[in-house]
Design a protein around this ligand. Sequence first.
Ligand SMILES: *[C@@H]1O[C@H](CO)[C@@H](O)[C@H](O)[C@H]1NC(C)=O
Ligand SMILES: *[C@@H]1O[C@H](CO)[C@@H](O)[C@H](O)[C@H]1NC(C)=O
Ligand SMILES: *[C@@H]1O[C@H](CO)[C@@H](O)[C@H](O)[C@H]1NC(C)=O
Ligand SMILES: *[C@@H]1O[C@H](CO)[C@@H](O)[C@H](O)[C@H]1NC(C)=O
Length: 185
Amino acid sequence: MLCSLVIFTAAVQEAAGLKKGPEAVEKWFKKLPEAKEKVTKLHFYFHDTVSGKNSTAFVLAQSNITSTSPTFFGVFNVADDPLTIGPEPDSKIVGRAQGIYGTASLEEIALLMTLNFVFTDGKYNGSTLSVLGHNPILHKYREMPIVGGSGVFRLARGIATAQTVWYNRSSNNAVVEYTVMVLHY
Ligand SMILES: *[C@@H]1O[C@H](CO)[C@@H](O)[C@H](O)[C@H]1NC(C)=O
Ligand SMILES: *[C@@H]1O[C@H](CO)[C@@H](O)[C@H](O)[C@H]1NC(C)=O
Ligand SMILES: *[C@@H]1O[C@H](CO)[C@@H](O)[C@H](O)[C@H]1NC(C)=O
Ligand SMILES: *[C@@H]1O[C@H](CO)[C@@H](O)[C@H](O)[C@H]1NC(C)=O
């Protein structure tokens, strides 16, 4: 009884791609030739709060031209921003966007995004996706590459499309809608 229970638990964990540790990852790689690639769509809202009591993004450093630059060139923030199901501030949190972003264009206001989406809910709990992209924040749609992932998203690649829902010019706080399409196994 105990034995079959253990096997059952292992199978369920494996199906969910959640078996961890170096041996589990090695086994996963060995089975890769038989694995089928699939497409997953994720949709969530990114709350970037840079000022006020509930800030989740903070300035790390800035260049000596930031204050006089028309594009605010060279200011970098570190963020641990909530990702939620809906755009409302009290919407259910499904993950965090943890990382660094900063203004990296002398021509227009555009960010270099280097961050991880760290999922904390449901079947993606504990899995991550890594973003490395160009984000010209005043454009309607911004496309950023998903360059990898972990857990359920091992070897993921894809595209995140960002669209600003709400932006407060005086506080610089924003809510951004993200639709992510990823290929993974
Ligand atoms: C900060 O968060 C708390 C708890 O969610 C909320 O009650 C409060 O209104 C928020 N404050 C601001 C300035 O947004
Ligand atoms: C910024 O720093 C560099 C190197 O120290 C210096 O050459 C330059 O004059 C500074 N620029 C401004 C606007 O302060
Ligand atoms: C996500 O996983 C962590 C660690 O395994 C666990 O503590 C937590 O309760 C899970 N959260 C949800 C919402 O399932
Ligand atoms: C925008 O930010 C300013 C400054 O923090 C604040 O006073 C104002 O209420 C905010 N506007 C909205 C619509 O939240």
